[in-house]
Design a protein around this ligand. Structure first.
Ligand code: PLP
Length: 379
């Protein structure tokens, strides 16, 4: 199999699986238990938290574990609005956020909030001015992702936060950094953001574990999951110790060789741009600058995305038509680009990881060219 869908999820390295297995089989004590094995596990969880906090550059005490990136996004939004409940009921976001953000905002509209979603430029970029010009005295929250999961654009969150403090010092800022974490330079603390969401399975951890950083501007974020009071009362539910251990191990492995890993991804992406650009009717949609190195969105203009994905899948090549969450439907991100219909309906996403080789890209390019030459365009 040639796997080119790392933005959907990543394989778990053996060392991560071994770490998780050891916790599941041998070190299974509940970290809230009062006997020695429980206290040891509590200390371990704090050590693992420290590893992830160091990679995100934030104080460990401000990082809480969640069940996934989706939970982190929903919690951040709900906690920000609760904290600013007297400040207003207006939210600014972008039209290209992950559905974890957009569907939550849809619920909030039903609850009486008003939402301004900034459209992207045709190249997928979002500039700080277009976000800040929508901020009002009653804006409770601004939520802008760090890296777009379908296009790879890196958004100027640091500039937005810095200027937001002048435009409205009360407004809180959330960034969904699920695709940006360990892919682009980023410091949670340095960015000035109030909430930062990450997820383990995009960086070699298991599915079903994530984390949320909350700045000390929001001292006690209102729990999304109230209950037994784990995670310093912020997020109840017995800690998923094996998943947390695996998350920390994955982060440790990545950060040990981060610059080489990012260089490898950039080289692979550049090779993909060069190779795929030689295919007739293929248009690169992702930007070449200000983009994460692991995502490349292209359109084989005139050949429907779903047919391409199915054809390549039959040859053992895994790519996606937009994000994995859309299951074949045209994504809101692609729609928001306002591309001509023939371009829009032919969009596919390739995404890369440590294991991706130039030969993988060449095989994918050859399969795309065959698809182009042998199948009739249907649009
Ligand atoms: N945000 C972004 C940008 C994503 O790409 C994803 C997953 O694809 C999520 C949030 C959701 O993360 P999870 O799958 O851990 O819920």
């Amino acid at each position: 199999m040639i796997y080119l869908d790392y933005a959907a999820t990543t394989p778990v390295p053996q060392a991560v699986a071994d770490t998780m297995y050891d916790v599941l089989r041998n070190r299974y004590a509940n970290p809230s238990a009062q006997y020695e094995a429980g206290r040891d596990m509590r200390a371990q969880v704090e050590q693992w938290r420290g590893t992830i906090a160091a990679a995100l550059d934030c104080p460990p005490g401000r990082l809480s574990f969640t069940s996934c990136g989706t939970e982190g996004d929903v919690w951040a939004i709900r906690a920000a609005l609760w904290r600013n409940r007297r400040a207003g009921r207006h939210i600014v976001t972008t039209a290209v956020e992950h559905n974890a953000v957009l569907e939550t905002l849809k619920q909030l509209k039903d609850e009486g909030y008003s939402v301004d979603a900034v459209p992207p430029r045709p190249d997928g970029s979002i500039d700080a001015d277009s976000v800040l010009s929508r901020v009002r005295p009653d804006t409770a929250l601004v939520s802008v992702m760090l890296v777009n999961n379908e296009l790879g654009n890196r958004y100027p969150v640091e500039e937005i936060v810095k200027r937001l403090r002048e435009v409205n010092p009360v407004t809180l800022f959330h960034t969904d950094a699920v695709q940006g974490f360990l892919k682009v330079p980023f410091s949670a603390r340095g960015s000035g953001a109030d909430f930062v969401t990450v997820s383990a399975h995009k960086v070699g951890g298991a599915k079903g574990i994530g984390a949320l950083y909350v700045s000390d501007r929001v001292r006690d974020p209102r729990p999304l999951l109230p209950g037994g009071g784990q995670e310093a009362g912020r997020r109840s539910g017995t800690e998923a110790t094996a998943q947390i251990a695996g998350f920390a191990k994955a982060v440790e492995l990545r950060t040990a060789h981060l610059s080489e890993a990012l260089r490898h991804l950039s080289e692979i992406r550049a090779h993909a741009v060069e190779t795929l650009s030689q295919i007739p009717d293929l248009r690169v949609i992702s930007p070449l600058q200000d983009a994460a190195p692991h995502i490349l969105c292209v359109s084989l203009v005139g050949w429907p995305s779903q047919n391409i994905v199915t054809d390549l899948s039959a040859q053992g090549i895994c790519i996606s038509a937009g994000s994995a969450c859309h299951q074949g439907k045209l994504s809101h991100v692609v729609k928001a680009l306002q591309l001509p219909e023939r371009v829009r309906k032919s969009v596919i996403r390739l995404s890369f990881g440590a294991e991706t080789s130039r030969a993988d890209i060449d095989a994918c390019a050859a399969a795309l060219r065959r698809h182009h030459d042998e199948r009739l365009p249907m649009l």
